[in-house]
Design a protein around this ligand. Structure first.
Ligand SMILES: Cc1cc2nc3c(=O)[nH]c(=O)nc-3n(C[C@H](O)[C@H](O)[C@H](O)COP(=O)(O)OP(=O)(O)OC[C@H]3O[C@@H](n4cnc5c(N)ncnc54)[C@H](O)[C@@H]3O)c2cc1C
Length: 305
C-alpha cells in the first residue's frame, strides 16, 4: 500500500497542469508545514528563527518545469538575490538550487552561463552553493557540469543519491576535487535498471557511501531523517576518530524538528533545507510520497480550505 501511495504522489509531482494550478494559489493543503513561505522575505524570517536556535540553513527557491529562457533568467536572478540577502542579513545559510530551474533542459550554454553568474556572486559574498540532484536521466549531465564548474569555483558542492547503482563511482569520481557532498537516499521514482528497488539495499548503500566520502577525507552532509542512518554514522565517526567538523547532518524544513535540536545539543552541526517560493507543488508531493503519514496534513488542509 505504501509503495502504491509513494508511486502515486511521485506521479502527481510530475504533473505540469497541477503544478501550474498550484502556483496560482498560495500555499495550500498543509504545504506551509514544509515550505517556509512564498517569498524571499518569508524565507528570511524562517532562517533567522532557525539560526537563533543554533541551526544552519541551506535555502532553496522552489522551481520546476522551466521551459523558457525568460523563466530560467527569472530563477537565476532570484538565486542571486537570495545569495545577496544571505550576505546582507548575515544569515547562517547556504544556497541550494536545481539545474532544471535554471535552464538545464533548454541548452548547455544557458545553464553554464546562469550557473557561472550565480557562483561568481556567491563566491564574492562567501556563500556556498549546492546543486541538488534530480532524476536519473539528468544525473550524468549534472555531474559533468559540476566537474566543469568546480575547476573555477570552490564554493560549490552537489548531491549523491544512495538508490542509484552509479553513486559509488560518482563519489570516487568527484572525490578528486575534495568535494563537499550531500548524501541522500533519493526522492524520484527510478527503474530497477538504474536504482536499487529495495529499501534495505538503499539504506545499506547509504551507509557505505557516507563512509566512503569520509574515508576519502572529504566533507559529508548526512541528509536523512532516519535515526538508523544517523546513529550508524555517529558511531562510525567516533570509532574512527573523525571529528564533528568533517560532517554535518541535514534535514528538511518542518521534518523531525525536535531531533534537529537534539543533535545540535549533542554538539553536531545541523543544517535545515529551507524551501520557499510559489512553485511549491512538486516539492510538496515528493514529501507526501516519502511519508504517507503526511497525507493527514493534506486532508486537514483541505477541510480548512
Ligand atoms: C537536506 C536534504 C536535502 C535533500 N536533497 C535531495 C536531492 O538533492 N535530491 C534527492 O533526490 N533527494 C533529496 N532529498 C530527499 C531524500 O532523497 C529522501 O527522499 C528523504 O530525505 C527521505 O529519506 P530519509 O533518508 O529521510 O528516510 P526514509 O527512508 O524516508 O525514512 C526512514 C525513517 O526516517 C524517519 N522519517 C522519515 N521522514 C520522517 C518524517 N517526515 N517525520 C518523522 N520521521 C521521519 C522515520 O523513522 C522513517 O522510518 C534531500 C533530503 C534532505 C534531508
Amino acid at each position: 500500500m505504501e509503495r502504491v501511495l509513494r508511486d502515486g504522489f511521485i506521479f502527481l509531482s510530475q504533473n505540469k497542469t497541477l503544478n501550474g494550478l498550484a502556483k496560482r494559489y498560495g500555499l495550500k493543503f498543509g504545504a506551509g508545514r514544509f515550505v517556509a513561505g512564498d517569498s524571499l522575505e518569508a524565507s528570511k524570517r524562517a532562517i533567522q528563527d532557525l539560526n537563533a536556535k543554533g541551526l544552519c540553513v541551506t535555502m532553496d527557491h522552489l522551481g520546476e518545469f522551466i521551459s523558457t529562457g525568460a523563466e530560467a533568467e527569472m530563477m537565476t536572478q532570484e538565486c542571486i538575490r537570495a545569495v545577496e540577502m544571505i550576505a546582507e542579513e548575515k544569515l547562517d545559510s547556504q544556497l541550494s538550487l536545481k539545474l532544471t530551474s535554471l535552464g538545464l533542459d533548454i541548452s548547455d550554454q544557458l545553464i553554464r552561463s546562469n550557473m557561472e553568474r550565480i557562483l561568481t556572486r556567491a563566491k564574492e559574498l562567501g556563500v556556498f552553493v549546492t546543486i541538488d540532484m534530480e532524476d536519473e536521466p539528468r544525473c550524468e549531465k549534472t555531474i559533468q557540469l559540476f566537474e566543469e564548474l568546480r575547476q573555477s569555483f570552490d564554493n560549490i558542492g552537489t548531491v549523491i543519491q544512495s538508490y542509484l547503482y552509479r553513486s559509488e563511482d560518482d563519489i570516487k569520481r568527484v572525490g578528486r576535487f575534495e568535494t563537499n557532498l550531500r548524501i541522500v537516499k533519493g526522492a524520484y521514482k527510478e527503474p530497477a535498471t538504474v536504482a536499487f528497488p529495495e529499501k534495505e539495499d538503499v539504506d545499506h548503500n547509504y551507509i557505505k557511501l557516507v563512509k566512503l566520502q569520509l574515508s576519502l577525507g572529504n566533507y559529508a552532509a548526512v541528509a536523512t531523517h532516519d535515526d538508523a542512518m544517523i546513529e550508524q554514522i555517529i558511531r562510525y565517526a567516533k570509532e574512527n576518530g573523525i571529528g564533528n567538523d568533517k560532517f554535518e547532518f541535514q534535514m528538511l524544513y518542518g521534518i523531525r524538528v525536535e531531533r534537529q535540536l537534539e543533535l545540535v545539543k549533542l554538539g553536531y552541526k545541523v543544517r535545515v533545507y529551507v524551501p520557499y517560493g510559489r512553485d511549491w507543488y512538486g516539492y510538496f508531493m515528493r514529501r507526501l510520497a516519502e511519508r504517507p503519514a503526511n497525507v493527514a496534513f493534506v486532508l486537514k488542509g483541505m477541510v480548512k480550505g
